[in-house]
Design a protein around this ligand. Structure first.
Ligand SMILES: NC(=O)c1ccc[n+]([C@@H]2O[C@H](COP(=O)([O-])OP(=O)(O)OC[C@H]3O[C@@H](n4cnc5c(N)ncnc54)[C@H](OP(=O)(O)O)[C@@H]3O)[C@@H](O)[C@H]2O)c1
Length: 181
């Protein structure tokens, strides 16, 4: 078993390259997503497929989420870093509680859409979780704006994890009224 165990919630979608980057940086990575085919497609791209652990669960089912997360930690060890793309904060809170039962000091990089920069829901995390927010903004060139590409999103999140700051914005978020519609 490798020493590190990372978790990516929504790691088979636009965060796929973040998942692969974490795997290449010494960690076994558990990946939450419902669709088996997306997991298989991701595993095909991995340098070492054995490092990716598929957690096929709907994160709205909190009981199943908790059970499968505990099973993953039984097998791969305590999670020390998590990257999360989920709009369902009760699932994020449950994940934090379950990880904190086994890990004293760990990082959560919570990826959020730009709206949450201005108005976010409350989220309760245990003291052992070092909580970081990574906001996905947009690209503004002159008067033209567009949303980020998947590569820009993944690259920005990887830079955010490396920087390890409390708040990171990928792209820009100001002026917000110039965002793409
Ligand atoms: N600022 C920006 O530029 C910006 C910000 C946000 C989004 N976007 C765009 O919006 C598009 C759509 O975003 P998206 O939210 O669909 O992201 P996505 O990353 O394409 O897909 C969501 C990820 O979460 C998983 N997931 C979704 N619901 C789940 C559930 N109930 N339980 C467990 N896992 C679940 C998905 O796998 P399964 O479906 O297999 O479960 C997938 O891995 C993106 O492709 C991106 O281009 C742009």
């Amino acid at each position: 078993m490798n020493e590190k165990h990372a978790l990516v919630i929504g790691g088979t979608g636009m965060l796929a390259k973040v998942t692969l980057w974490l795997a290449d940086n010494h960690a076994n990575v558990s990946v939450i997503g419902r669709t088996q085919k997306k997991h298989r497609d991701l595993i095909e791209k991995a340098s070492d497929p054995a490092q990716l652990n598929n957690i096929a669960v709907d994160y709205y089912d909190l009981g199943a989420l908790e059970t499968k997360l505990k099973q993953a930690m039984d097998r791969y060890g305590p999670i020390t870093v998590a990257v999360c793309w989920s709009p369902f904060y009760p699932a994020v809170e449950r994940i934090c509680q379950v990880i904190s039962e086994r890990t004293d000091n760990w990082q959560l990089y919570h990826v959020k859409g730009s709206r949450r920069y201005f108005e976010d829901e409350p989220l309760s995390v245990p003291a052992s979780c070092q909580y970081r927010s990574i906001y996905l903004g947009f690209v503004l060139t002159g008067n033209l704006s567009r949303w980020l590409t998947h590569d820009e999103i993944a690259g920005g999140i990887i830079e955010g994890v490396k920087k390890d700051e409390a708040r990171v914005v990928v792209g820009t978020i100001h002026p917000y009224e110039n965002r793409p519609r």
